[in-house]
Design a protein around this ligand. Structure first.
Ligand SMILES: [Zn+2]
Ligand SMILES: [Zn+2]
Length: 313
């Protein structure tokens, strides 16, 4: 295996360690968290426009001064924190079936999926020092409860950020969310923030969207469950941007897939040029093992509490 040290891009997979308290029974207070600065007045995301085809335009969200943005790029370009997962990592966090992650990119903080239980979501976020009020947008991958179940509890303590979802979620769900905050039904290639866009609905049972983070190293693609097929979702992202694929992270939905199918998918990943993988949630133990074997050092083991940082050096 080629050493990854010294590559222009380093992905540091950090696990919080030294923890002694498994699963606190009560929800810690979160309002005093100030790690993002003392002023928690996040800029609301503006309703984004659909941009079909290649993504070359500037994002509608521009945060901070040019100097501040420049400084940010030199340090941590992108930080993904997995706040909900049925695969364990940080023992201080509650492990529970579902998926949720926060993404910090270009001074923006978004929440992608909300897990099953809002109390667990908020508790895990508190342990990781993430203030719900700092989240500027929520993106939901698909309608299943293990990705949307925590939404109402989250919105109750949040700054009511807009929720980006699919029309396929149905009127009942959408109207329910609209009682709390703005809802944006996304389209393929829709810009959600600076360097952040969505695949839009990829047809499946149910239809689903993945998040695309455009970095100088290529795309980081975050999937919830990938019910339409992980290859189809990555393929959509490639079609939309034409960018190389640096990392695919999240649920790959291969729990019932046999070795032949997983091998086919691995071949497709190579064809699509997927450089690194971080499968978890519904990927399935066998598939995770085969991805780990195939990708070697480019396989990132992830679970609840994992932090994936992509920097410039
Ligand atoms: Zn699902
Ligand atoms: Zn799921």
């Amino acid at each position: 295996m080629i050493k990854t040290l010294g590559r222009m891009l380093s992905i540091l997979l950090l696990s919080l360690t030294g923890c002694i308290n498994p699963a606190p029974a009560s929800l810690p207070a979160t309002t005093s968290q100030t790690i993002y600065g003392s002023a928690h007045t996040p800029t609301p995301f503006q309703p984004a426009e659909a941009i079909p085809g290649s993504m070359t335009g500037e994002s509608p969200v521009v945060a901070g001064t040019a100097e501040a943005v420049q400084a940010k790029k030199v340090e941590d370009l992108l930080k993904i924190r997995i706040v909900y997962n049925n695969i364990a990592d940080d023992p201080r966090l509650v492990t529970d079936w579902g998926f949720g992650a926060t993404i910090e990119y270009h001074d923006q903080i978004i929440l992608f999926d909300t897990g099953t239980d809002g109390r667990i979501l908020l508790q895990n976020m508190a342990v990781m020092g993430i203030d719900p009020a700092s989240v500027q947008a929520v993106v939901l991958s698909h309608i299943h409860n293990d990705h949307t179940g925590g939404l109402s509890d989250f919105l109750a303590v949040s700054s009511q950020p807009p929720v980006y979802l699919l029309s396929a979620f149905g009127a009942n769900f959408i109207n329910e969310v609209r009682r709390s905050t703005a809802v944006i039904e996304t389209t393929p290639g829709q810009v959600i923030g600076d360097g952040i866009l969505t695949t839009g609905a990829v047809s499946g049972n149910p239809s689903e969207q993945a998040l695309i983070l455009r970095t100088p190293r290529g795309m980081v693609i975050v999937t919830g469950c990938a019910h339409p097929g992980i290859v189809q979702m990555v393929g959509r992202a490639v079609t939309l941007t034409g960018d190389p694929v640096h990392l695919v992270l999240g649920g790959f939905h291969l729990g019932s897939a046999g070795p032949d199918r997983i091998t086919m998918i691995l071949n497709e990943f190579r064809r699509l040029g997927v450089e690194k993988v971080a499968p978890s949630h519904c990927t399935g133990e066998e598939a995770i093992r085969l991805f780990a074997d195939a990708y070697g050092e480019d396989f990132l083991p992830t679970g609840v509490g994992s932090i994936i940082t992509i920097g410039a050096e």
